[in-house]
Design a protein around this ligand. Structure first.
Ligand code: DNO
Length: 355
């Protein structure tokens, strides 16, 4: 296992890279070029500059989160070909720079979704939450975007690029009539095209589950449960086609037994996002500390399954609360995620020693 920490780059993160290297056992970052739009080519020079800023702090850049997928690829329209070519070239450039895993998602239009980015908890900390009744009352995608922008604290939120979202009405029109099967088929096509490049440059693709794992605003989603996980892994049955096992995305659906999923699909899980949440009602939750008794997931069982069945994966702590007065990007402050690392380290070490 290698522990990594999501970092948005010098210009975009509230956390100096040097602080990341001070967290025990963190070997590298899950990095990105935040200014890139979905579909853009990442040049070797841009990648080298990013890598230099990371290695200067003694950290590795073996994981990228994310190289976003252009909507034309998800829509399966002819113009997808040029974006797939860019993606192939980007994989090649990243592979040559030592990147081993690319985390990406195939969610139409929106990435992850919450209805409150600053829910105040009893202990004074702040966290992100999702309440499906609020979601339904919002009803209108533009209102959702407005809320995300208002709550972002001035940071650009991953997956919520203003440039793309400004075209949201038009995007919705384009997705009209696209079914789950269509979306899955477009994912299959994309993966088939890029697999030879992934093999040649030794870069594993790791699709992120839909967050939350149900359809939103009538848009189809592809990765929400065991069966969709299996479908994705078998339709392109190649070790370079893998999953980012995100405990918090899949886990909020009580039917998804996270340790069981890891035990079944561990060989195809190159990357794990580990976080906890408290489910308070159907499709309603807030994000908690990583500690098992604080949330609804059994972190010991999850880490044990990773330890047993995906021992070589990269792990990162996922969303943390805002604690100790920190100001930062919702979900991505330093302190609570560093506590998450320390906790996972402790679990992992005890498992190593038990053999
Ligand atoms: C949210 C993240 C996602 C994730 C992407 C991967 O906090 O987990 O934005 O990085 O879905 O492409």
């Amino acid at each position: 296992m290698k522990m990594v920490f999501r970092w948005f780059g010098e210009k975009h993160d509230s956390i100096p890279i040097q602080y990341v290297s001070q967290i025990p056992n963190v070997s590298g970052v899950a990095a990105t070029l935040m200014d890139k739009q979905a579909g853009d080519l990442w040049t070797a020079d841009e990648i080298a500059a990013l890598k230099n800023s990371i290695t200067a702090a003694g950290l590795e850049m073996e994981v990228i989160e994310s190289v976003n997928i252009h909507d034309d690829i998800k829509l399966g329209v002819p113009s997808r070909e040029k974006y797939i070519e860019n993606y192939k070239e980007t994989i090649k450039n990243l592979g040559q720079a030592g990147v081993r895993v690319i985390c990406y998602n195939f969610m139409p239009i929106f990435d992850w979704m919450r209805t409150d980015l600053w829910k105040k908890l009893d202990d004074g900390s702040e966290t992100m939450s999702y309440d499906h009744t609020v979601m339904e009352s919002i009803g209108e995608p533009n209102e959702m975007i407005r809320r995300f922008e208002a709550g972002s604290g001035g940071f650009s939120l991953p997956g919520w690029e203003p440039e793309r979202l400004s075209m949201v009405k038009e995007l919705f029109r384009k997705y009209d009539g696209i079914t789950h099967d269509d979306l899955m088929d477009h994912l299959r096509y994309f993966l088939e095209q890029i697999m030879p490049v992934c093999e040649e440059y030794n870069v594993k693709m790791a699709i992120h589950p839909d967050d939350p794992p149900w359809d939103l605003f009538g848009l189809p989603r592809v990765l929400k449960d065991r069966d969709s996980m299996q479908e994705i892994l078998t339709m392109v049955d190649n070790p370079y086609n893998g999953i980012t096992l995100c405990t918090g995305s899949l886990g909020v659906s009580p039917d998804n037994d996270i340790p069981a999923l890891i035990r079944e699909f561990g060989a195809r899980i190159p990357f794990a996002h580990v976080r906890n949440f408290k489910r308070t009602a159907d499709k309603t939750f807030w994000e908690t500390s990583h500690f098992t008794p604080d949330g609804s997931l059994d972190m010991y069982a999850i880490v044990k399954a990773l330890h047993d069945c995906a021992p070589d994966c990269y792990i990162r702590p996922d969303h943390g609360r805002m604690i100790w007065g920190e100001k930062g990007r919702p979900g991505y402050g330093l302190y609570d995620r560093a506590l998450g690392v320390a906790y996972i380290n402790g679990l992992w070490e005890s498992m190593d020693r038990q053999g």
